[in-house]
Design a protein around this ligand. Structure first.
Ligand code: SF4
Length: 479
């Protein structure tokens, strides 16, 4: 979005979360200042940045915006860390091993920085929004130059300028409800698949989840901004747009011209050959209106990722999820009625504190009833500062591991049956990857298929007939 469009948008609807036009203008000035410093420091050579993203698609999308800023400052990009003049890790706080990986990666930078003292090391994202984390970085990793939280992304040019000029460590970890910043340049990772954030933050406070603490309150981008970005993506050849938000179903819940179903329809009505996906949906806010809209809109993928987390009502209540097993199943029933070919996927937590084996079995029975295409299953791990982290948790990790395997086996059986039913059918597939003479891509329902084909077709839609299935993996041929 251009500066004049931001100015126009700001005048039209500067919401309480919106970063002002003047602030974005100021950041653009910092871009020029930083660029001048970098030009004189590198004598006209292009400084290189290594940007690595941990975690979810929301983080990937944030990184694309930060790469947009860096690119405007004059940075090029490298995949080789030793070549980098700037290393930026965009971190994730959702899972414990993500924390460990970040600390491990930052530790591994120490000898590299010793050899290359001018290298700037910057850490950002959800983990850096947690006080115990940035305090640890401040104390134990003195070679880290810049730390900033999720709410300071739009101020990256200013923060980089401070680091470049001041030579001091910069920590910017304001704890607030969050912002919406329009007018940040985007450097996209892919040409035919695009992430499109429609909202940020979360108000749900599920008892196991750290997101509301690190991503701030729920806030929706204006439909004007979302539609403008969707049009930009489509005009640039994007074929697969994924709308992003922690809880897309509550888009504009606090007011605004379009609700989520209406936004989906408005994007569907943009001319062009493309597919629309969205994530993540919360069952609490999923409506029949949304399911009807999905059914009606030909460009909206008939795939619904609707995390149920547990099939047991007591556990759901302890998780503070705000729906029951029955409500979830009624949504599934309606979705299947209006979209008989719908593909359903979900997230599940196994071994929530206090969960019994009998309660866990309710989760297994739910997946058997729904027949999901695939599942993202996790063994519960406590996140510091959440309510669940202080709940009694008597079941051992070993026992939870056995439950996990039981669930995985049940799902593999379901997925294999579903795949068998796809044999001989033809699906429209977007060619996404190529290796050794084989293309691969996802169907509308997000099922991966591989097939013979030429690399030049990557980014194209093709019709693929499924010719074989091994357990839950599909192969086919272009027809
Ligand atoms: S809906 Fe629940 S699980 Fe999802 S981000 Fe919000 S608090 Fe976390």
């Amino acid at each position: 979005m251009s500066l004049s469009e931001v100015a126009h948008l700001s005048q039209l609807q500067l919401g309480k979360f919106e970063v002002s036009f003047d602030e974005i203008k100021k950041q653009r000035e910092y871009v020029s200042f930083a660029k001048t410093v970098l030009e004189s420091r590198f004598g006209g050579e292009t400084p290189l940045a290594f940007v690595h993203t941990f975690g979810c698609q929301g983080n990937v999308s944030d990184s694309e915006r930060m790469k947009g800023w860096l690119s405007q400052m004059g940075y090029g990009f490298t995949e080789v860390i030793e070549q980098a003049d700037l290393v930026l890790y965009n971190t994730c706080a959702v899972r414990e091993h993500a924390h460990d990986r970040v600390y491990g990666n930052v530790g591994a930078l120490k000898p590299i920085k010793e050899k290359k003292p001018g290298m700037i090391i910057a850490l950002c994202g959800c983990m850096m929004q947690q006080e115990h984390v940035w305090q640890k970085i401040r104390k134990s990793y003195p070679y880290v130059n810049l730390v900033f939280g999720t709410h300071a992304l739009h101020r990256l040019p200013e923060l980089m300028y401070k680091v470049l000029c001041g030579g001091k460590r910069v920590f910017e970890v304001e704890n607030c409800d969050g912002y919406i910043a329009e007018g940040i340049p985007v450097r996209r990772d892919g040409s035919f698949k695009g992430w499109l954030p429609i909202m940020y933050g979360c108000n749900n406070f599920c008892s196991y989840c750290v997101v509301p603490y690190v991503r701030g309150r729920e806030r929706s981008r204006s439909s004007l901004a979302v539609l403008a970005e969707a049009k930009e993506l489509i005009a640039s050849g994007c074929k697969d747009i994924t709308l992003l938000g922690q809880n897309v179903n509550s888009y504009n819940r606090d007011g605004g011209d379009l609700n989520f179903a209406q936004l989906l329809e408005a994007i569907n009505n943009i001319e062009g050959d493309f597919r629309i996906r969205f994530m993540t949906s919360h069952p609490k806010d999923c409506t029949f209106e949304l399911l009807d809209t999905m059914a009606r809109c030909e460009k909206v993928s008939k795939h619904l990722h609707l995390p149920f987390q547990s099939g047991n009502n007591r556990v759901l209540k302890e998780m503070n999820r705000g729906y029951t097993r029955e409500k979830y199943l009624s949504l599934v029933e309606y979705a299947k009625k209006v979209m008989p070919d719908i593909s359903l996927t979900s997230d599940i937590i196994v071994g929530f504190p206090g969960e019994t084996y009998e309660e866990f079995r309710d989760t297994v029975s739910l997946i058997e009833e729904v027949e999901f295409t695939s599942l993202f299953t996790f063994i519960y791990s406590p996140r510091e500062g959440t309510k669940a982290a202080s709940m009694p948790d008597p079941v051992s990790r070993k026992e939870k591991g056995e439950w996990f395997r039981e669930l995985t086996l049940a799902q593999e059986k379901i997925a294999a049956e579903r795949c068998k039913k796809m044999l001989g059918q033809t699906y429209r597939v977007l060619c996404e990857d190529y290796a050794d003479g084989r293309l691969s891509g996802r169907t509308d329902g997000s099922v991966m298929i591989d097939f013979d084909g030429d690399e030049s077709r990557v980014g194209e839609f093709v019709n693929v007939k499924v010719t074989s299935c091994r357990n839950w993996t599909l192969s086919g041929e272009i027809i």
